[in-house]
Design a protein around this ligand. Structure first.
Ligand SMILES: Cc1cc2nc3c(=O)[nH]c(=O)nc-3n(C[C@H](O)[C@H](O)[C@H](O)COP(=O)(O)OP(=O)(O)OC[C@H]3O[C@@H](n4cnc5c(N)ncnc54)[C@H](O)[C@@H]3O)c2cc1C
Length: 552
């Protein structure tokens, strides 16, 4: 393994041989590149988009924002970043978060280590040289001792297989791949398919412009108000003083659902009035912290029912048409077991004359026609269609890379029955391949910036450890992976999460194996486990000297 930064290979694309090939230039790939440089490993990021930012580069739909508060949704690895950067709102918009990613890229000159407009199409492990061969859609060929997949959990937009889409004569868009120049909906009749987070964020903004918006809903989702507001200079300054301390606390947090020490009451510790008062207080505060109203909302269905009932009542208070309110009220999953949405004016939008709701649970979409959408019981005409139909979450980007490990082992075959990982960091049979925020880690159930930094730091420490000991390969062992998968499932099954059919379980995609993918015990216990594994000499991983053929 090389120990010092070498001159990047001469080819203008940056194609060549590296210590680490990193796929993805979102927050994970950006920080990974920075760490590799700091440690003196040669590396190159390959990114399909034309710039940094990942999620925030692609999801440019109107209303796109983070739903973790901006003051928390930022890097902590270099204090000067948060000291200098000033968020303007409680929940930052997509353009502002993208601007932040660009600010970080400029600060650390990250773009010079990145290959943009290039998609990895295949990656295979060559056992003789102990190197990953990486091919791209630009015809480039990279090799790397390590392959690091920073490919994102929500980076493969999913478009249902609607018959007739090609025949539609208007324009259509997917929220996860939005045109950079924006879309003018003025005077248009717009059909929006999907009422997950992207739909809930975009529908009110589209309705402000469009002549008419018709929303096609298969499953209603719970949404709580954001109560977004500008941040004052005082709030920002105060955060700059305490940010690192708060982040360290957040990194070690044990959530109430996992038995963490908590002063939060359980739902039935409170009488009906006190409980409702508490829900109202959290509702007024806004945001996903509503789930922290009571400690047992994600483990006790009866407790959950009380909070879900509260939100359904709110929907009925806000939406004046009783039938529409009924349709918008979820009954098929416990509150919070699908990603809880955070909105600005979502339910109110349905009081507008120009917005209507169509239930496609009972009358499904049959086809897209030249003029619009045909459901089982009606035809609708549109100028523009918006598909807010989500992503092939957590596994989609990894499976799209055509990864082949030892002995030609295909990741797509290994994961045929669902993803299996050791700690969400490695997969048996794929030596020296690391995954960031993959299934089996807290990932999408956490503030992703916390999980990304933790994974990048852990992988970097591991590579240093190997370099110091002249080790060439690391691979998860089958026993460790089996035990981890079993543990992840057991912890998941002790909560209400697996009860929901959604992208956490792959149920949003026909034919995708139904496996609850994230690790729900929280970032604190997870970090502790990863640290213990590392302290014990990377317990559960097989480490070996590099094969002679691989020595440079
Ligand atoms: C609309 C939306 C809102 C969100 N809000 C929040 C929030 O409030 N809080 C939160 O914690 N998380 C949120 N998330 C999750 C968000 O994805 C993460 O917070 C974070 O941005 C992920 O960073 P990443 O680098 O891991 O992945 P991404 O940002 O997804 O970046 C992955 C990159 O890999 C590239 N890539 C993938 N495959 C290939 C390939 N084969 N070849 C080349 N390039 C490839 C993609 O183009 C992409 O740019 C949100 C997600 C979405 C979609």
């Amino acid at each position: 393994m090389t120990t010092t930064e070498t001159t990047p290979p001469a080819a203008s694309t940056g194609a060549g041989d590296y210590d680490a090939v990193i796929v993805g230039g979102g927050f994970a790939g950006m920080y990974m590149l920075h760490k590799m440089r700091q440690l003196g490993f040669t590396s190159r990021v390959i990114e399909a988009g034309s710039d940094v930012g990942g999620t925030w580069y692609w999801n440019r739909y109107p209303g796109a924002r983070c739903d973790i508060e901006s003051l928390s949704y930022q890097y902590s690895f270099d204090d000067s970043i948060q000291q200098e950067w000033n968020w303007s709102e409680r929940y930052a918009t997509q353009p502002e978060i993208l601007e932040y990613a660009r600010f970080v890229a400029d600060r650390f000159d990250l773009r010079s280590g990145m290959q943009f407009d290039t998609r990895v199409t295949a990656a295979s492990y060559d056992e003789a040289s102990a190197r990953w061969n990486v091919d791209t859609d630009q015809g480039d060929h990279y090799t790397g001792r390590f392959l690091i997949a920073a490919t994102g959990c929500l980076s493969v937009p999913r478009l249902p297989d609607f018959e007739g889409l090609d025949s539609f004569e208007g324009d259509w868009y997917h929220t996860g791949d939005w045109p950079h120049e924006g879309v003018d909906f003025t005077g248009k009749r717009v059909g929006v398919v999907g009422t997950g987070s992207s739909g809930i964020q975009s529908i009110p903004r589209i309705a402000e412009q469009a002549a008419a918006v018709t929303v096609f809903q298969r499953t209603p989702n719970f949404s709580v108000p954001a109560h977004n507001a500008p941040l004052t200079p005082e709030q920002r300054d105060e955060n700059k003083q305490v940010f690192q301390k708060l982040r360290r606390e957040a990194e070690t947090m044990i959530p109430a659902r996992a038995g963490g020490p908590t002063v939060i009451p359980k739902a039935f510790d409170l009488d009906d009035d006190a409980r409702t008062e508490r829900y109202q207080k959290m509702w007024d505060m806004g945001g996903v912290m509503f789930m922290a109203s009571c400690a047992d909302l994600l483990v006790n269905k009866d407790a959950n029912d009380t909070a879900a009932g509260f939100v359904r009542e709110k929907i009925h208070e806000i939406v004046s048409d009783e039938k529409v309110a009924d349709l918008l009220s979820p009954h098929d999953h416990p509150l919070g077991t699908k990603r809880l949405c955070v909105d600005t004016g979502y339910y109110d939008t349905y009081n507008n004359e120009n917005v209507s709701l169509v239930d496609i649970r009972n009358a499904p979409i049959e086809e897209i026609t030249a003029n619009g959408i045909r459901t089982a019981d009606a035809d609708y005409e549109f100028d523009t269609l918006v598909f807010a139909t989500g992503f092939d979450a957590m596994t989609g980007a990894l499976l799209n890379m055509n990864i082949q490990g030892r002995d030609g082992l295909r990741l797509n075959d290994v994961w045929e029955e669902g993803p299996r990982t050791y700690l969400g960091l490695q997969v048996v049979g794929l030596p020296n391949l690391f995954t960031i925020t993959a299934p089996g880690s807290p990932s999408v159930l956490s503030n992703m910036l916390i999980s990304i930094e933790q994974h990048v730091d852990w992988i970097s420490d591991c590579l240093e450890y190997m370099r110091e000991r002249d080790l060439g390969t690391i691979e998860a062992t089958p026993d460790a992976q089996d035990a981890w998968v079993q543990h992840v499932n057991e912890v998941g099954d002790s909560t209400l999460y697996p009860q929901a059919d959604c992208w956490y379980t792959g149920a949003n995609i026909q034919g995708k194996p139904r496996v609850f993918m994230p690790y729900v015990a929280g970032v604190g216990p997870y970090r502790q486990k990863c640290d213990e594994v590392a302290s014990a000499g990377y317990e559960g991983f097989a480490l070996a000297k590099e094969p002679a053929a691989a020595a440079r």
